[in-house]
Design a protein around this ligand. Sequence first.
Ligand SMILES: Cc1cc2nc3c(=O)[nH]c(=O)nc-3n(C[C@H](O)[C@H](O)[C@H](O)COP(=O)(O)O)c2cc1C
Length: 237
Amino acid sequence: MLKDYIVKRKSTRKFDMKPLEEDVLHEIKEFATTMKPLYEHIKVEYSFLGENEVKNILPVKAPHYIIISSESTEGYLTNVGFLLQQMDLYVSSKGLGSCYLGLAKPTEKADSELEFVIILAFGNSLDSPYREESEFKRKPLTKISNREDQRLEVVRLAPSSTNSQPWYVVSIGDVMHLYCVKLGLFKGMMYNKMNQIDMGIALAHLYVSHTSTFSYFSEQNPPVVEGYYYIGSALIN
Ligand SMILES: Cc1cc2nc3c(=O)[nH]c(=O)nc-3n(C[C@H](O)[C@H](O)[C@H](O)COP(=O)(O)O)c2cc1C
């Protein structure tokens, strides 16, 4: 089950550059067609690229990359994070490593009207792709939510760009209202886009832990949280 990997996964930055077996790659491509979007109406496209088809200013190189492009409409970045985190967990469930690459780009611009959003590198990891739950470097539950609701542990452990963990959750009954940190002008220019993706990643963890009951909606008058803005709400039970 994908949810089992929430408490184990970690980013891989050292890959075995040997390409994966064709059947494994095929399974990964098949899985991409089954990933659930947060917003059904937003058009997205995936493409799979190899070692020399991506340029990255940081020295993380992988034998395979999944590239996600999307129609750039309201909520699209959160939708992308939601989709790609399902892939991150799937890759982890196959014993492989993965890493989001926020600064990488395909070497060739795709012939698509959709906007290139982000890349997830994957392949065999040279180290273990797993860690113990105690080894996660994350904020405590009390810093990211209004109450110590253990169901939010999956949000707490989610990966985020620069591990910034921009989320805050107001948990009321079975409804989880999600918020993202407000950044100043300069930091915002650098991180707002990534933070929207991070929020989708956190929501994906709520989804894979409650696949049969999860639903997502926008509240008209959500509670106000100082220093954060409202993203959306998940009903998990
Ligand atoms: C949207 C996003 C962008 C990221 N970009 C990069 C990147 O460019 N380079 C990198 O090495 N790691 C990148 N990461 C990985 C994070 O640094 C990592 O998820 C975080 O530090 C938590 O560590 P963990 O994934 O091992 O739990 C990114 C993660 C996310 C979610």
